[in-house]
Unconditional design. Structure first.
Length: 564
């Protein structure tokens, strides 16, 4: 299967006469992925950003999660797709001519349309049913993204008859799109707000699924932006007249294919749609592309407020929020001040290179000083945390440790219950920064290749979806890591699949300079086996399995760590 990057590069090279290397370089570190719910959300709520991406020559991929059918049938939603074609061609300044194909992502055959005059611009349509107010429409079986996200529904079926999705399957499909396309910017809907706050249920659902996928996407440093939709009407105007007019012109190009939206400039500027043309507001933004191992550790604390849902686990739940926005997304002590602590531990060591701390965002409770402690390294002093809940990044030389403790040494005079909105511990695992390809993978059981660098050194029987498993693979199976620039490495830690049957008894690491390192038998219980070697600087590293146990049926790995 070709990746999305490979498809775009190949067509760009053919149509523009550029070499594949040159075409790839034009997109390198210059890709944006948009994940709207419906076929006008990108134009109303994500522009002028998408327009500016095209103007600057970025490679742009927009993936629409739903068909936007609103229960009105196939003629309506297929025409909306034509509206998206027309709008993107207008933004790019080329004829409305598209090359339609399919790409297979996580076992799903997805509609993939490339703009003929700008093949660095493409659209994917998942064609899931519109969820309306959250309960779906009778015409589409009352299925909705909201029900899938909340667990009310177990599956959701695309309207074109393609393969159904589970909650995990949809999240993993979006993660695969990210890993394949390698965007530096991801835009989606508001993932901070809640269902019932006046926004469309599909908007929040798209944001929630996109955020969950982003948390599994490590291979490229990136930012994810949560953009406000309907409630942006209540925010101040923040676009220039030129941006507003251009946004309106693009929307009207789309509107010619959708009878249910305003059709003229005067109607759009004089009706319900008017506020959205002069506004573009974000409710949140996060960075990614590094492995946050706090989320896979065991978390304890000096105290926690369980009665208010402010347990210590909320400081490592991957949600950077707290009171007054959402008190249940933060950790709060019960009367804790200086001397309070939060502790992370892991069964196997991680090489840490930075910690990011987010204070509780209320104006009273504030950490004014602290210390980071490690199992086998000198402590690191921490200054005052920002009082608005924004990030304090603490960088230090890489250190291998099985635990991390943050002890509060100072608080503000107004502090009643010190705590944290979030604590992130970033690993120096180079494998998490690489694109992963494998000889085979079991997508049906979510045991894909990229799971080898998800931070979880575990697998079947306790956590089968956290490991990579081949399909019938034995000796000769392989896993390859590819970096977008050379990395220097001195150590690899391998965790075999922890079941008692599948075991790697021999392997070889090879690098793009031709060097090779022999790998001994891996522990059959999944414990880490460390291979050290003189420093290698390489852009690729391949693990080739040379022998397996006689009971092996589907060889694979639970985790790989590659360290400087």
């Amino acid at each position: 299967m070709r990746t999305l990057v490979a498809v775009m590069v190949l067509i760009a090279a053919v149509l523009f006469g550029a070499s594949p290397a040159a075409a790839a370089d034009s997109c390198a570190r210059n890709r944006s992925l948009n994940l709207p719910a419906h076929q006008d959300d990108d134009l109303l709520f994500m522009n002028p950003d998408i327009q500016e991406d095209m103007d600057q020559g970025r490679c742009v991929l927009t993936t629409f999660l739903t068909s936007g059918d609103a229960g009105r049938g196939g003629d309506y939603w297929t025409e909306r797709e034509r509206g998206s074609h027309a709008a993107y061609a207008q933004m790019a300044g080329v004829p409305d001519q598209w090359n339609r194909g399919t790409v297979t992502i996580n076992g799903h055959a997805l509609v993939y349309d490339e703009l003929a005059g700008r093949p660095d611009i493409a659209l994917i349509f998942l064609r899931l049913p519109d969820g309306g107010r959250g309960a779906g429409y009778p015409a589409t079986g009352n299925e909705s993204l909201q029900e899938l996200w909340t667990g009310t529904g177990s599956t959701i079926h695309p309207l074109d008859g393609s393969t159904a999705y589970t909650k995990t399957g949809l999240t993993d499909t979006l993660t695969h799109i990210m890993h394949d396309f390698q965007p530096n910017v991801v835009r989606t809907h508001d993932y901070v707000g809640k269902y019932g706050d006046g926004d469309h249920s599909d908007h929040h659902s798209a944001g929630y699924f996109a955020l969950a996928a982003h948390k599994q996407y490590f291979s490229t440093p990136h930012q994810v932006h949560a953009l406000m939709a309907y409630p942006s009407s209540n925010q101040p105007e923040n676009l220039t007249a030129q941006q507003r007019n251009r946004k309106l012109d693009t929307f009207l190009t789309y509107a010619a294919h959708d009878d249910y939206v305003c059709q003229t400039a005067s109607a759009c500027l004089g009706g319900n749609y008017a506020p959205w043309f002069a506004r573009r507001h974000s409710t949140g933004s996060e960075t990614g592309g590094r492995q946050n191992v706090a989320r896979v550790g065991t978390v304890t604390a000096s105290s926690q407020n369980t009665s208010t849902g402010q347990q210590v686990t909320k400081a490592a739940d991957d949600w950077v929020a707290g009171s007054p926005i959402d008190a249940t997304k933060e950790w709060a002590t019960t009367g804790g001040k200086a001397g309070s602590w939060i502790h992370l531990s892991w069964p196997t060591p991680h090489t840490l290179e930075s910690v990011v701390l987010y204070d509780r965002p209320n104006s009273n409770d504030r950490v004014t000083g602290g210390t980071l402690y490690f199992s086998d390294a000198a402590p690191v002093s921490v200054g005052a945390l920002p009082n608005n809940g924004s990030a304090l990044v603490v960088n230090f030389s890489p250190r291998r440790s099985t635990s991390l403790r943050f002890t509060v040494t100072g608080v503000s005079s107004a502090t009643q219950n010190v705590g944290l909105a979030e604590m992130q511990a970033y690993s120096a695992n180079l494998a998490a920064q690489a694109f992963t390809s494998v000889s085979s993978e079991n997508t049906g059981t979510q045991q894909q290749g990229f799971k080898v660098s998800d931070g979880y050194p575990t697998g079947s029987p306790s956590a089968p979806t956290r490991e990579w498993a081949t399909v019938g693979g034995k000796a000769g199976s392989w896993l390859k890591l590819l970096w977008n620039s050379p990395r220097t490495m001195t150590r690899v830690v391998l965790h075999d699949r922890p079941n008692s049957s599948d075991q790697i008894t021999g392997a070889e690491l090879t690098f793009d300079n031709g060097d090779a390192v022999t790998v001994p038998a891996l522990a059959n219980n999944g414990a880490g086996v460390t291979i050290t070697f003189p420093a290698h600087t390489a852009s690729t590293m391949q693990l080739t399995i040379t022998s397996v146990s006689s009971t092996t049926q589907n060889v694979g790995l639970a985790e790989i760590q590659v360290e400087p």
